[in-house]
Design a protein around this ligand. Structure first.
Ligand code: GNR
Ligand code: NI
Length: 176
């Protein structure tokens, strides 16, 4: 099994909205397994398909911090209810490495989604799961957590990421 390369912001693919998946795409089970492997390897608690260049309405997450793994796959997720009560969490993103900022989102959300077998669920999430699921759902709509910050802060982060990408590219050229 191999892991995917994770796209780093800014990248046009991270800004695109993905379309509803009407039937299982070819190689879906393998893609899901590789997404989990990529996420655990990073390590991260969630990974959306566009982050690995797969423009599908799909994400994986596992927000258990200790104990048994709790892998969750969501295809075509939809928030059907969100609490008025908000929660502030310091978020990070595998596509924006090294940046952590506070984001406010509904504390509890109910989400309707299909699992890896295209079986429908409607489940309530709270705590880190609620935050993570909303962060991942945003990726499917081309939205990043820095879009919740002030334009100035976002610009500074984007500049930093461009520099990070330039340096990475330079390192890679030297290796070959
Ligand atoms: O690994 C991740 N941690 C995290 C922490 C707080 C809020 C959201 C996240 S998701 C992130 C992985 C990621 O970038 N998923 O898209
Ligand atoms: Ni992310």
């Amino acid at each position: 099994m191999s892991i995917f390369d994770i796209l780093i912001h800014p990248d046009p693919r991270l800004k695109k909205t993905t379309a509803h998946m009407s039937a299982p795409i070819e190689g879906l089970q393998k893609i899901i397994d590789q997404m989990f492997e990529t996420m655990y390897d990073a390590p991260g608690i969630g990974l959306a398909a566009p982050q690995v260049g797969i423009m599908e309405r799909l994400f994986v997450m596992d927000a258990v911090r200790e104990g048994n793994p709790d892998p969750i796959v969501m295809i075509n997720p939809e928030i059907t209810w969100g609490s008025d009560a908000k929660n502030v969490y310091e978020e990070g993103c595998l596509s924006i490495p090294g940046i952590y900022e506070e984001v406010e989102r509904p504390e509890i959300v109910r989400i309707k989604y299909l699992d890896r077998d295209f079986k429908e669920h409607e489940t309530e999430f709270d705590g880190l799961y609620a935050t993570c699921a909303q962060h991942e759902l945003d990726h499917l709509d081309g939205k990043l957590f820095i879009d919740y910050l002030s334009p100035l802060k976002r610009q500074m982060i984007t500049k930093k990421m461009k520099k990070f990408k330039r340096e990475e590219a330079a390192l890679k050229t030297r290796e070959t």
